[in-house]
Design a protein around this ligand. Structure first.
Ligand SMILES: Nc1ncnc2c1ncn2[C@@H]1O[C@H](COP(=O)(O)OP(=O)(O)OP(=O)(O)O)[C@@H](O)[C@H]1O
Ligand SMILES: [Mg+2]
Length: 260
């Protein structure tokens, strides 16, 4: 396991362009290994874009992105290798509907390892157990509630034991109880496995309590980087507007209209 002071993710002078426009300029960010970082901010400001730069899906227009000390590679093969170490949970779950829960969780193991079948099945059972769904192994995605489906997607993201987990809006579409279950699972898994977790979320109230570090993305850059306590205590009008969800203030509403 990396030393506590090690940096899991580092961005230096990163500029990210999408569709010919700059989404984020001169981003500098360090995510300590073993920490939980919440990436918050209004819609369309570039939170998902930031995650895309970490997985190498989006190549920065300037600057450097490092994951566990290594620059994110450009070549397809090296990129594939690096991505084995990054678990990604996307909003849509991405479960294959004609495969059982167990087969969905087995997918990354089949794609990236040549483990004997009994070992693979054992690993799948362990991952399902970790998300409290051991009994659901034989079910199909259509038989799952939204919260269960999200947990299956979480088990699949964890299948290869990645040291870094990226969550993009993990609570979308979940009721408050299922949201609480997912957040405490993310926290428990991060702590017990020593993972570095980056959670992109609109759900400020649910996400901040489990975060060690909070980052707010707005107006083309990172406008806050510090502890959740410091964020809550901030007198900055932009941050106050965002935390309170107010339509009027330094965050221009026009931006959202441009995006739509
Ligand atoms: N594949 C793409 N091609 C072109 N433009 C894109 C692409 N993906 C995102 N964008 C643009 O980049 C900007 C940032 O989008 P992004 O999805 O990163 O925002 P976000 O903060 O994740 O928003 P949300 O909270 O709504 O998910 C937006 O203006 C969006 O329209
Ligand atoms: Mg997004």
């Amino acid at each position: 396991m990396p030393a506590p002071s090690a940096t899991a993710v580092e961005l230096r002078g990163v500029r990210l362009d999408r569709g010919g426009r700059t989404t984020l300029r001169t981003v500098a960010l360090a995510v300590p290994a073993g920490s939980i970082t919440a990436v918050l901010g209004p819609s369309g400001t570039g939170k998902s874009t930031l995650l895309a730069a970490l997985t190498g899906e989006l190549v920065p227009a300037a600057g450097e992105v490092r994951v566990f000390g290594q620059p994110v590679p450009r070549g397809a093969r090296a990129l594939l290798e690096m991505r084995k170490g990054i678990g990604v949970l996307l909003q849509g779950n991405g479960l294959l509907t004609d495969l059982t829960v167990a087969e969905n969780v087995a997918l990354p193991l089949r794609a990236h390892t040549s483990l004997p079948e009994p070992v693979l099945q054992r690993l799948v059972a362990m991952k399902l157990n970790a998300v409290g769904l051991r009994e659901a192994a034989g079910l199909y995605p259509r038989e799952l509630s939204g919260g269960m489906a999200r947990r299956v997607a979480l088990a699949r993201a964890l299948a290869l034991d990645p040291p870094l987990m990226l969550y993009d809006e993990p609570l979308t579409g979940l009721d408050p109880i299922a949201s609480g279950v997912i957040m405490s699972l993310i926290q428990r898994l991060s702590r017990s496995l020593g993972l570095t977790s980056i959670i992109v979320s609109h759900h400020v109230r649910e996400t901040l309590p489990i975060a060690d570090q909070a980052v707010v993305v707005a107006n083309g850059g990172i406008v806050f980087d510090g502890t959740p306590e410091a964020l809550e205590a901030s007198g900055d009008p932009l941050l106050r507007q965002f935390l309170r969800g107010e339509p009027d203030g330094p965050i221009p509403f026009e931006r959202a209209r441009e995006v739509a």
